[in-house]
Each structure stands twice: as structure tokens, then as C-alpha cells.
Design a protein around this ligand. Sequence first.
Ligand code: ZN
Length: 594
Amino acid sequence: MKKAKGVVWDLGCLYTKENDPEINKDSDSALERARSFQEQYHGKIDAGTCTPELLLAAVKEYEAIIEASYRPYAMANLLFFADGRNDTYKAMVAKVQEAMTRINNEMLFFSLEIQSVTDEKMAELLESGVLSHYKHHLESLRLFTPHMLSEKEEQVVNRKNLSGKTAFVNLFDEFTADFEWEFELDGEKNTVTQSELRELARHQDAEVRRRAKEAHDGKFGDNALIFTNIFGSLIKDHATEMEMRGYESPIQPSLLNNKVPAEVVNTMMDVTGAHNHLPQQFCRLKAKMLGLSKLKGSDLHAPVNQSGKVVPFENGKALVLESFSSFSPEFGKIIRGAFEQNWIDAEIRPGKRGGAFCYSVGPSAHPFVLMNYVDNIDSVYTMAHEFGHALHSVLACEKESLLTFHPPLVLAETASVFAEMLLTRKLLAEETDRESRVQIIASKLEDFFGTISRQTMYTRFELDTHLEGAKHRLSADDFCRLWIKHRDEMYGDTVDFLEEEKWFWSVIPHFIHSRFYCYAYTFGALFVLALFNQYEKEGEAFVPKYRALLAAGDSNWPEHLIQELGLDFSEKSFWEGGFVVIESLLNELTELVG
Ligand SMILES: [Zn+2]
């Protein structure tokens, strides 16, 4: 079977067929219920007379309405993802989106009222225990309450943002989207786009990589005036808003959103910084693998002896199944069932959505996995990753409900990355070919240093620009100086960076689109490695604890969920455990490359 031909998902657990009349009926009745919900509860939640029983009835009905509206929504979207050229599906998506917006608008008052209940009243409502299932959900909704402005002020901020913050973000997107380069390859001059140039920056030939990287970053430097203005204005805007809303630090809103305490993130970043000798060691090894005396900045993403190993879908499926089963027979059984019941759409078809994802519908249906299987080891990793998500969802839906099953952001990639680690262990246990082993380990390590060490360096840079930028307007030189400082802290003297690479800060869209997001990547990856280290130490005894963590969904704060495992992520030693796994892979690579 080539390229997973015939591996198509079965949406039967949602609706029997694509034109099932129940789809429209469900959508209409959810809207009807949302209207009655509005009539019944508006003004009653933040009234002094609200009782725990009334609030419980309201949350349950709210949840049931979202659940009911979500099934037609999922059906339309999944059909569309599987065949984006079908006009009927396009129309279905437009229709369910409109219905969803109307339902959300009808019920918007509910979360606003929960946010405006006084602290004393909320404590009284929660005290009885009647609301225990939703306690964490209600508390999460209220996290931002102390930082909210008056309704009038919020409206002014929102409207002014369109010509302020949002305008700068749009300027960045539109300005960079049009970037083009003249690039000469094999004696031929061509105009290339940003993504084409980035491909060339990973070319096999070191000279092509260097020219591509120079051209790419240099163009951002040529436009430093614009980027300095965009970055500077967004930093100032953020500082003003933090002051108005009474936040302690520029990163605090993001920490609240991720539900992690500041000290934990500080500890994690300190431990990561203290292990910079590991990416440095990797860079020296990589130079050796490429036959260079030292890496240039443009060699960091150079390909290392790619094996062309063909892995047909059936073999990939067996590898994934065995990785899960070897950890826990129960996990293996769940994933076997997923294949038998066709949760996955893996074949390549025209019109099908690219990339891969796991789509969780909640307790009322099983999750769905979409991917495009191309008969190589990367595809097997993708499959393990997405089934990790699916497993997480299945376990969390056992006891949790729609509002409480979805893992908090920092734990969202736990099961997926853990599944990749299980696959890595399995592959290394079986692979005897030296070249293949080098490739498996090197590409994993490159991933880890990219998500752990490098994203921490981004966050350090971002923090500094916000702290300094709140005091005075940063010049282009200020940005470059801070960038080089943090970059050199990570890489030491193991890499000769090109002069143009000092502009790379202005390339990274996260600084523009989602302030202080990068540390969440570090968190997700290092957290899983720390868990994996625990698993290697404890063996079997770890399995039920890990299962409980996944099954807890979003029912409590991440720090409590971790405590249940007997671990404490405010401790340095917890995060250091993650580097134990990295170090052992690095040692093995050192031996192989030797
Ligand atoms: Zn994922």
C-alpha cells in the first residue's frame, strides 16, 4: 500500500452521512436553546441572590449547548478538511460558523457575569462543594478579573487598538509578505519568495546556504527603520497597557494565560541557561558531521546525511502501535481501536488539507487524526505525535466534561511529545545501522535544542527589550546588541555568525503576533523530557501516574496535577531531569560520530 492509499476516516460517530438532516436540526436547536438560556439566566449570575444550585444548572446547560452545537460544527469542518474543493462543504462550514457565532453571542453574558461576581460571593458559591466539578473552570475564567478596566475603558482600548497595536501587526505582516529576492543558483538568476529562500538556506551546499542566509537576514537589516518602529511601538503600547491594568511584569498576562507561576518559569529558564554547554557540544558535533572545522550561522540547519529509508503505512502503524503498547498495554489497546474504527485519514488526495492535526470533539465523540503519510520516518513521528493527542483526549474524556477536558496550554503537547520519545526509544532499540542511528538522534537533538534552548534565548531577549523599552525608545542598535548578547550566551564560541544575522530578531513573528509565547515551547518539551526521565527511573510504577495526569484534563492547576505525580516543577531538579535525557542522547551521538 503506497502512501497510505485507502486510509480514510469514518465520521459515522458524528452523523451517518454528509447530508444527514440531523446536522441542520442540531444546529438550529442549539441556537434555540442558547436563546432560552439567555432569557433564563441573564442578570441572575452576578446578582447577590445567585445560589450554587442555580449556577450549577446554568453551567451545565451552557456546556450542553456548546456540546450540541459543536457536533455539526465538527462534521462540517472535518468534511471540508478532507476535501477543500467541495462547494457543498464550503457552504456547510460558512453556515455552522455563523450559527456558532450567534450562539456565542447569545451566551457571552455568562462568562462576563461570572467575571464580575465579587470574590466574597464566589467563595461562598464554591464553598458548598456543589460546583466542585467546575471549580477550576470558574476560577480560570476569573484570572484576569483584577486586571480588567471599566466597560467604557475596555471599549475605548478595543477601538483604539485597530489604529494602534493592530495596525503595527498588520504592517509587519503585509510588509514582509511582499518580500522577494534575486537569487542565483547554478548560473541562473531567479526571483524567490521568503519560503523558497528559507529552503535554500537549508541547501546541501554550504555556499548556497551562506548566500541565502545573508540575503534573507540582510533584507530585514536594510529595512531596519520600519522594523525598529514596529517593535518599539508595540513594546511601548504593551508597557502602557500593563501599567493601566496593574500588571507586575510584561510577561505576567501570558503566565496567567498559561496558568503557570512566574517562579516556575524563571527556574525553568535558569536551568536551561545553565545547560547551554549541551547545544554548544551539539554544534561542535554537527560541524564534524558536516566535515567543517566550525559551524557558520548558516550551517545550523544544514541537512545531516538524510536516510532515504522507505516506511510503508502498515510498518509505520505497527511501529506506533508497538511504542504505545510497550509503555502500557491499555494505551496500545486504545490506539489499536483507533485504527480499527478509522479515526485517521492518512492518504494523500488532491484537495485535502496539508499538514497534520488531531481534532477533539469532546466526550460525545472520539477524536479524529488528519495527516498526509509519505512513507518516511518523519511521517511515523507525525502519526505518533497526533495519536498522542488522541490518547490524551480519550483519557481526559473519561471523567471530565467538555469545559474541563481540554488540557491547559502548557500541558497540551505532553502526550504527543511523550509518544515521540517512546517511538525514538523503540527505533533506537531496533536500529543497528550506524548512519540511521546518527540521523535519528541528531534530528531529535536538533528539535530539542530548537524548542528548549533557543526559545528560552528568544524569551530572554524579549524580556530585556520590554524592560529596557519601557524606559526609553530602543534604537536598531539596541535591538541588535541585546540579540547578540543572548545569542552568544547560548552558542558560546561554537558558531561563527554572519554579520547579517544580527537582524534576525526582526524576522521572528512571535514577537509581533503572540508576545511572550516562546517560553511555552520550552516548557512543553522540557516538561515531557523531565517526565520521560522519571519514567526511565521508575519504570512500570510511573505508568498509572502518567495515566492519571492525562486523565485529569483541565480539572486543576498544572502545578497540582504535577504534584499528584509526586513531582514539583518549582524545583530545579525537576527540570534538570529533562537534560539528563538530552545528555544521554548527546553522549550516544558523540560516540557514534566520535
Ligand atoms: Zn501537537
